[in-house]
Design a binder for this molecule. Structure first.
Ligand code: FAD
Length: 379
């Protein structure tokens, strides 16, 4: 195979939700190859999330990007998905008396079209009857938190990419990257070679590894492991109408997962990029919290996993051209918000590539190219 066999306009490395969204948008502008090292897309962070759309989660930049994705997620283009991408869930935050300040902070994030309201402890227990009433002094409810159909979002981008003439290549772990003859030349473990003048680094936890292969300075990405478990509920107890629940002052949270509960200790342990697995200690921490916060007895963990949330120093994503390398764009640092931000970040990436500006709705939300720029982290 020669390089010319796989000459495109854009190479996107990593077919998680971020790379899929960027590839989908870039395919409007030219020939895209989306390169994925695993046998299929979605094996890493994208396939391991809690699947919640929480507009009020993350810092100012993240919250604006969450909001910018919302119109698409609520009303995707015809044929994108067969079912709604978002379904109502709601989110309940409970607090003991000493954590009143956390409830006030949460309430302060509410606003027009973005409701967060204080409810009584009795109302909280009415919503989620397994909660221990004696542990709740204050509670706040966010009705607009939603469940995301992550698979439908991811597959929608990939199907749309194919419909626009782009190509997903799996089993194509990138092993070497070089700028030659006005193009990025990329070699893969399977022997395939690809070239294009523009390269998008959407390799998730491996983004600094990809940068290093291209000879670039790191953005200081830190992958952090987060654990999740699924526990069964007693027979006859259906959580389907319950909101997600978290407790101020504790990192743990739970949410309904069909007829069971998905719960996480909210761990954020820095680790090298890899195929992370849950640690027993983290599983024990969340089981202990479930027993303290609710009347459940956690006898058996039905399922458990761990995934990576990758952050840079200021916890905002990194999107834009590397000023030290022509045609090399970063799309990294999505932290714990990468599914809900994916649509906005894909559009942002394509707009920066095509016009060197961010889409108008994103700037109108208060996000500037400097907020996202890769070199902000190297100053
Ligand atoms: C427990 C947990 C809960 C979460 N909850 C939420 C939530 O509720 N809401 C939310 O929005 N987000 C959540 N997240 C975060 C979200 O999952 C991530 O931000 C998002 O999936 C990141 O997507 P990505 O495409 O950037 O990364 P990934 O999905 O990891 O994709 C990167 C891809 O790059 C590929 N790759 C790496 N190196 C190479 C190479 N050399 N060659 C080719 N391919 C390569 C990898 O194989 C991988 O498929 C959660 C994460 C975890 C772990």
């Amino acid at each position: 195979m020669t390089c010319d066999d796989f000459l495109g306009d854009f190479l996107v490395i990593g077919a998680g939700v971020s790379g899929a969204s960027a590839a989908y948008e870039l395919a409007r502008h030219g020939r895209v190859f989306l390169l994925e090292g695993e046998a299929g897309p979605g094996y890493h962070s994208t396939g391991r999330s809690a699947a919640l759309y929480t507009r009020n989660f993350g810092n100012r930049v993240v919250r604006a990007l969450n909001a910018a994705s919302l119109p698409f997620l609520l009303d995707p283009p015809p044929g994108f998905a067969e079912h709604p991408l978002l379904t109502p869930r709601g989110s309940l935050t409970i607090a003991t008396a000493e954590h009143r300040a956390a409830i006030d902070q949460l309430l302060a994030l509410g606003g027009d079209g973005n409701e967060i309201r204080e409810i009584t402890p009795d109302q909280a227990v009415e919503m989620v009857p397994i909660l221990r009433r004696e542990r709740i002094a204050f509670a706040a409810y966010e009705p607009d938190v939603m469940d995301m159909d992550v698979n439908a979002i991811h597959q929608g981008f990939l199907k749309g990419l194919a419909a626009r003439g782009g190509t997903l290549v799996c089993g194509a772990a990138v092993t070497a990257i070089e700028r030659r003859g006005g193009a990025w030349q990329v070699a893969t473990a399977s022997g395939g070679a690809f070239a294009a003048p523009v390269l998008i680094n959407a390799a998730g936890a491996w983004a600094d590894v990809i940068g290093r292969l291209a000879g670039l300075a790191p953005i200081g990405l830190v992958p952090k492991r987060r654990t999740a478990v699924v526990v069964d509920l007693p027979p006859g107890v259906s959580p389907r109408a319950w909101p997600a629940v978290d407790e101020a002052g504790e990192d743990s949270y739970f949410k309904p997962e069909a007829d069971a509960l998905m719960a996480s200790p909210g761990d954020a342990t820095p680790v090298p990029p890899g195929d992370v697995q849950p640690e027993e200690l983290d599983v024990a921490i969340v089981a202990d919290w479930l027993e303290r916060a609710t009347h459940l007895e956690v006898r058996r963990i039905a399922h458990k996993w761990a995934g990576l949330r990758s952050f840079v120093a200021d916890d905002a994503p990194v999107v834009g051209r590397d000023p030290t390398a022509e045609g090399f764009y970063w799309l990294a640092g999505q932290g714990g918000y990468g599914i809900m931000m994916a649509e906005a970040l894909g559009r942002a990436t394509a707009a920066l590539v095509a016009t060197n500006t961010l889409p108008a709705d994103i700037t109108a939300g208060g996000v500037t190219a400097t907020d996202l720029a890769p070199d902000r982290l190297r100053r």
